[in-house]
Design a protein around this ligand. Structure first.
Ligand code: DC
Length: 225
């Protein structure tokens, strides 16, 4: 059976994973899989239906009945939950504030991981998240762990928010990022850790292009050796 090429990109919130993964996938002609968007989609639906976000079994059964689709077109990524375009709402602060809780349950993660592996079965992929190199795709040919200081990540989020016409305080962004880091790193099931064989890239003082070039270099060496 043909072995497809897998690039796993993990790291904390706002370290630049999705920006870098999108560019890489375009340059390489790979499919980009945004696993954070899948957890955000479930969080959005659970909130919309007033579900108890502390009930892991309830969330897992909601997920079973939920269709989550990631589509890529001219205008970038679109996310659909049961056919509804949720690309925008899954980025709202209300979803961001609760997605760590929803993603902390083993029952939820089991089904998400199953779906993510199915997506990676039939094509070359760049997949980003928190547990891709350690758990979802443990035999990925390239594993990258992106880091950046909390301050730098807050600045990046601030710029993104500004572009959307929102003006949050730096302080609130910094606190939200630090809190999400802690929740993602301290959860019992598949916490955010660097895989032993992942290559660490600190993006704090690098431009996006520099990060992409660094990873492309690593990919080229692994792909054609
Ligand atoms: O990458 P992101 O910020 O969109 O991810 C949203 C949340 O989903 C993040 O706080 C933790 C969770 N997540 C996860 O637990 N495992 C993944 N593979 C991806 C995201």
């Amino acid at each position: 059976m043909e072995r497809f090429f897998q690039i796993a990109i993990d790291g904390p919130a706002a370290a630049g994973k999705s920006t870098v993964a999108k560019i890489l996938s375009k340059k390489l002609g790979f499919v980009y899989i945004d696993t954070g968007a899948m957890y955000r989609s479930l969080t959005y639906k659970a909130q919309k239906e007033n579900k108890d976000l502390n009930d892991g079994a309830g969330l897992a059964s909601l997920l079973e009945k939920t269709d989550i689709r990631l589509e890529y077109g001219e205008n970038g990524q679109k996310v659909f939950v049961d056919g509804e375009d949720v690309t925008e709402p899954i980025r709202y602060p209300e979803v961001s504030a609760h997605v760590s809780l929803v993603s902390s349950f083993g029952e939820v993660r089991k089904e998400m991981v199953r779906r993510q592996r199915v997506l990676a079965e039939s094509c070359d992929v760049v997949m980003d998240g928190r547990d891709i190199g350690t758990h979802v795709l443990p035999s990925a040919q390239v594993k990258i762990f992106l880091r950046a200081s909390v301050d730098e990540r807050a600045v990046r989020r601030f710029r993104e928010e500004e572009q959307k016409g929102r003006h949050p305080s730096m302080e609130s962004l910094r606190n939200a990022i630090a809190l999400r880091d802690r929740k993602d790193m301290e959860r019992a099931v598949s916490p955010l850790v660097k895989a032993e064989d992942a290559i660490e890239v600190d993006t704090t003082s690098l431009t996006i292009d520099e990060v992409v070039d660094k990873i492309l270099d690593i990919v080229t060496k692994r792909r054609f050796r």
